[in-house]
Design a protein around this ligand. Structure first.
Ligand SMILES: [Zn+2]
Length: 172
């Protein structure tokens, strides 16, 4: 038997109008989905369902924090998340969940599992560059980078190949 998802909305019995749902998304939610970039979570998701006769609108507001890895120093990093997304649900002969903004449910459907959307929208809340605030990176790694940078400079000064390489780079 397929386990029943906790992240389901049974819309068939709901009257027309606006309905709010709330979920806490913690680390286990992302662990279960084998997320590589997300290592922890303290999120709250508020999903507002607006039910009309032929269409439903799902508005997702996700706020809180996600734990990931700093691109610069590799230490853990909590990032504030605040996202807002909308999904339109229409009814059709066949179920088609492939759309980003509009999905189609077969007319026999009576519930929707929104876990995939919660995951995607939370994930999209992460910035492209995930970095600590200036000065908050791991000091040992910072020092290592500084030393490496210093070595490169020294090499550059004494090694004529660097000069040739620079010239090449400038041409491209
Ligand atoms: Zn860092």
């Amino acid at each position: 038997m397929k386990p029943i998802s906790k992240y389901e909305i049974q819309f068939s019995g709901l009257p027309l109008g606006i309905h709010d749902f709330e979920w806490d998304l913690e680390s286990v939610f992302f662990d279960e989905r084998e997320s590589v970039e997300i290592e922890g979570a303290r999120l709250k998701a508020v999903v507002t369902l607006t039910k009309e006769t032929r269409v439903m609108i799902l508005q997702f507001i996700i706020t809180g924090e996600l734990k990931t890895i700093c691109d610069h120093c590799g230490d853990e990093l909590w990032i504030d998340i605040q996202t807002e997304n909308e999904l339109h649900v229409r009814f059709s002969d066949e179920t088609d969940l492939s759309g980003d903004e509009v999905i189609y449910l077969g007319t026999h459907e009576y519930k929707i599992d929104i876990s995939q959307y919660l995951y995607e929208f939370a994930f999209l809340g992460l910035p492209v560059k995930k970095l600590h605030q200036p000065g908050e990176c791991n000091p040992e790694v910072e020092r290592y980078f500084e030393l490496e940078e210093g070595d490169k400079k020294k090499e550059k000064e004494k090694d004529p190949r660097w000069e040739a390489l620079e010239k090449l780079k400038n041409k491209v």
